[in-house]
Design a protein around this ligand. Structure first.
Ligand SMILES: Cc1cc2nc3c(=O)[nH]c(=O)nc-3n(C[C@H](O)[C@H](O)[C@H](O)COP(=O)(O)OP(=O)(O)OC[C@H]3O[C@@H](n4cnc5c(N)ncnc54)[C@H](O)[C@@H]3O)c2cc1C
Length: 409
C-alpha cells in the first residue's frame, strides 16, 4: 500500500473567508458512514473536480462513492475566483515552443470546448450558480508587450480561436486602461464556484451517488479486479476504480517533479454601483508576473486576485494576507480608476502549477485502476472539466482523443 505523504496536510487549506462561503447554495448533504462500498468508482475529494467527475460518471450509469476528509466543497474550490477561462496560463505562442505545435493547438482548442461544455452542462442540469459566458481582456504587462500579444492573437485566430488585438489607443478609449495593448477574447465565463460544485454533487446524488465525510483516505492498493482504499480510521473500502481529486493535497506516490505549489491571494470589494458598464461582464487579467486579475460578481463586487508566490505556506500567514489584499486593491484602483476601498472579504489559499501550464490527468504510475488529477494552476475549473471528461471516458473503457496531452510527463 502507498502511505499518505507529508504533503497531505489537514488544516491549512485557507486563510481568511472566501466571499462565496458567505452566500447560500454551496452546501451539500452527506453522511458520516461510507458503508461497505463495492461500487464502480470511489472519488476521493468533493471539490469541483470530484463533483464534475461524479456527475459525469453517474450520467454514464456508474455507481459512485465520494469521500472527503472535510465536508464537501470546503477545499480550494470555494476559494476560487472562478474566472472560467479558455485561456491557458501559458500563451499559445509559448506552448507551441514547449511541446509540438499540434499538441499546443489541441490543448488550447480543448480548453475552449471545455468552457462551452461546462456552460451547457450547468444549463442542462439547471444548476443555479450564476454561470455567465463572458469576454476576457488579457492586458499587456511585463511578460508580454503589445507586439507579443498581437502575435498571440494572430496565432489563436489561425487555429480557429476568436481573439482580437486591441492597440493602446483603443484599449484606453473603450476600457479606460492604459497599457501597451490587450487581447479581447470571447469564450470564457464566470460562476459562483461553491454553488457550481454543490449543484453538480446534488445532481450526482439524485442519480444514486453517495457522499461520505469526514473520511480520510490514507492508503491505496490495486487488486486484480479492483482497488482497495484504506481510511485513516482503519477501514478498507473497495471499488472497481478510484480517482484522486484531492486538489493540492496528494499522496506521496503521486508526486511529480513537474508539479509545484503556489500561494495565491484574493479579495472581494464592496458592492460598487458606479462601475463602468463593460466591467460588469468582462474578465480582466494581465501578462505580468505577479499578475492581477479581476471580474465583477452579479451584485457589483469586484472579485480580484493574484500576487502569486511560489511557496506552499505563505498563504497561511494573516499578516501577509492583509498586505497582499491591500496590494491587490491598490493595483486594481490604479489600473481601473475605480475607487474600491478596503476589501469586504480577503482570503488566501494554495494551488498547484506545472511548467507547461497543463494539468496532469492520468492513471497513477504503475496502476491501471487508480487515477489522479492535479496541477490545475489558474485554469482550475476549466481543467477540472477536461479531467472529468477524460477520466469518465477511460473508466467507461474508451480513450478521449486529447488524453495524451494531459498525461503523466
Ligand atoms: C485564490 C484562488 C483563486 C483561484 N481562481 C481561479 C479562477 O479564477 N479560475 C479557475 O478556474 N481556478 C481558480 N483557482 C483554482 C481552482 O480553485 C482549483 O483548481 C480548484 O478549486 C481545485 O478543485 P479540486 O476539486 O481539484 O480541489 P479542492 O476543491 O481542494 O478539493 C479537494 C478535496 O479533496 C479533499 N481531500 C484531500 N486529500 C484527501 C484525502 N487523503 N482523503 C479524503 N479527502 C481528501 C479535500 O478535503 C478537498 O475537499 C483558484 C484557486 C485559488 C486558491
Amino acid at each position: 500500500m502507498t502511505r499518505a505523504g507529508k504533503n497531505t496536510r489537514k488544516d491549512d487549506l485557507r486563510t481568511g473567508e472566501p466571499f462565496w462561503m458567505s452566500l447560500p447554495g454551496g452546501k451539500v448533504n452527506y453522511r458520516a458512514d461510507a458503508g461497505q462500498a463495492g461500487c464502480d468508482v470511489i472519488i476521493v475529494g468533493a471539490g469541483i473536480s470530484g463533483a464534475l467527475l461524479a456527475e459525469a460518471l453517474t450520467r454514464a450509469g456508474k455507481s459512485v462513492l465520494v469521500l472527503d476528509r472535510r465536508a464537501p466543497v470546503v477545499g480550494s474550490t470555494p476559494a476560487s475566483t472562478a474566472m472560467i477561462q479558455h485561456e491557458i496560463d501559458v500563451p499559445l505562442t509559448d506552448l507551441r515552443k514547449q511541446m509540438s505545435p499540434r499538441a499546443a493547438n489541441a490543448a488550447w482548442r480543448r480548453s475552449v470546448k471545455a468552457v462551452a461544455d461546462l456552460i451547457d452542462l450547468t444549463t442542462d442540469l439547471k444548476i443555479s450558480c450564476r454561470m455567465e459566458a463572458k469576454p476576457a481582456l488579457y492586458l499587456a504587462g511585463d511578460q508580454m508587450d503589445g507586439k507579443a500579444l498581437e502575435a498571440e492573437a494572430a496565432a489563436r485566430r489561425r487555429i480557429g480561436i476568436r481573439a482580437e488585438f486591441l492597440g493602446p489607443a483603443r484599449l484606453l478609449e473603450t476600457y479606460g486602461m492604459a497599457r501597451d495593448g490587450a487581447i479581447l477574447s470571447h469564450d470564457s465565463a464566470s460562476a459562483n464556484p461553491a454553488q457550481l460544485a454543490a449543484g453538480l454533487l446534488r445532481a450526482a446524488q439524485k442519480r444514486g451517488a453517495i457522499i461520505a465525510a469526514p473520511v480520510e483516505v490514507s492508503d491505496f492498493a490495486e487488486l486484480p479486479s479492483g482497488v482497495a482504499l484504506a481510511t485513516a480510521d482503519g477501514r478498507v473500502l473497495t471499488a472497481e476504480h478510484a480517482v484522486f481529486c484531492t486538489g493540492y493535497e496528494f499522496l506521496e506516490k503521486m508526486q511529480n517533479p513537474l508539479h509545484r505549489m503556489t500561494s495565491t491571494w484574493a479579495i472581494a470589494t464592496r458592492e460598487i454601483s458606479d462601475m463602468p458598464e463593460w466591467m460588469r461582464d468582462t474578465i480582466v487579467w494581465e501578462a505580468s508576473d505577479p499578475y492581477l486579475y479581476f471580474r465583477a460578481d452579479p451584485s457589483g463586487r469586484l472579485i480580484a486576485g493574484g500576487e502569486d508566490e511560489e511557496t506552499s505556506d505563505k498563504n497561511t500567514r494573516p499578516s501577509v494576507l492583509r498586505r497582499k489584499a491591500r496590494e491587490i486593491a491598490s493595483k486594481l484602483e490604479a489600473l481601473t480608476g475605480v475607487p474600491v476601498g478596503k476589501p469586504d472579504f480577503r482570503w488566501a489559499a494554495p494551488f498547484s502549477v506545472t511548467d507547461d501550464g497543463l494539468p496532469i490527468i492520468d492513471r497513477v504510475e504503475g496502476h491501471e485502476r487508480v487515477y489522479a488529477v492535479m496541477g490545475f494552476g489558474g485554469n482550475g475549473i476549466t481543467f477540472s472539466m477536461i479531467a472529468a471528461q477524460i477520466v469518465a471516458t477511460a473508466i467507461d473503457g474508451g480513450r478521449d482523443p486529447d488524453a495524451g496531452l494531459f498525461a503523466l510527463r
